[in-house]
Design a protein around this ligand. Structure first.
Ligand code: HPA
Length: 275
């Protein structure tokens, strides 16, 4: 099984390598409604997920499906425009496969983004949050099954999943760009139904500041492979559990698109300052 995984990674890598020889310094995952950063990348190759064996394709509106390898702010990057989710029916191992491929292409850093509901009562829709830590409430783990020790350890440490140096860099970048920034805990849930008020109140008591349906699996896989991780969350709705407030996917996408210019400025600055 793990031999198979390595072969699958190799196959995907060789397809990408036929299109570009760039070695990405940063792997980027663009979340719901945040795909426009891809057009800022001066692309060496734009590869639809359908052409890369093993890449799961997102069926969700707001998620294009392209791997873009090119340059951003002077750095070689591999950017995923759209991602697959657990709730689409993929296994978490499938969901994180592209992260494994970007790692195998050479990327030592993962910059992962998402849209999420804001649980922290002091925050607002439109805020950006640096992920300080996460809660895996998805009921599964991408590392389930046999472990390949060449990829990473059986029991990876998660005590500093989000690298303090990268968090500090992101805070400095936000300050330099004049972008107010939050920092907090992201709770990853299974979805696709949004949370009930009781679930939201529970998540807050547990210490979550935001809730979404992605990111946690990719970060676990990245840490498994010893990648340095930075997470940025776009707060697209307030999900505090106190008032009856409905949320729709259309609202989420619209809010993400609205804050997207700010998100793009922040990510470009972060990538520029990265060493
Ligand atoms: N809950 C879960 N996932 C989300 C939300 C939310 O309120 N908003 C965007 N993604």
């Amino acid at each position: 099984m793990s031999v198979e995984l390595k072969q699958q990674i190799d196959r995907a890598v060789s397809v990408v390598r036929r299109r570009t020889s760039l070695t990405p310094q940063v792997a980027i995952i663009l979340g719901s409604g945040l795909g426009a950063l891809a057009s800022e990348v001066s692309a060496d190759a734009v590869i639809p997920y359908g052409e890369i064996p093993g890449f799961p394709r997102s069926t969700v509106e707001g998620h294009a499906g392209n791997l873009i390898v090119g340059r951003l702010e002077g750095k070689a990057v591999a950017a995923m425009q759209g991602r697959a989710h657990f709730y689409e029916g993929y296994s978490l191992a499938d969901v994180v496969f592209p992260v494994r491929v970007m790692r195998a292409l050479g990327a030592p850093v993962l910059l992962v983004s998402n849209a999420a509901g804001g649980i922290n009562r002091l925050w607002s829709s439109g805020d950006l949050m640096i992920i300080a830590d996460h809660i895996n409430f998805m009921g599964s783990n991408p590392l389930m099954g046999p472990n390949d020790p060449d990829l990473g350890p059986r029991f990876p440490d998660m005590s500093q999943a989000y690298e303090p140096e990268l968090i500090a860099l992101a805070e400095r970048a936000a300050l330099a760009e004049g972008i107010p920034i939050r920092k907090g805990v992201y709770a990853g849930v299974h979805g696709p139904s949004y949370e009930t008020p009781a679930e939201l109140r529970m998540l807050r008591v547990w210490g979550a500041d935001a809730v979404g349906m992605s990111t946690v699996p990719e970060v676990i896989a990245a840490r498994h492979m010893a990648m340095r991780v930075l997470g940025i969350t776009a707060i697209t709705d307030m999900a505090t559990g106190e008032q009856v407030k409905t949320v729709t996917h259309e609202d989420v996408i619209a809010a993400a698109r609205e804050l997207e210019p700010k998100f793009i400025r922040l990510v470009k600055r972060i990538v520029k300052e990265m060493t």
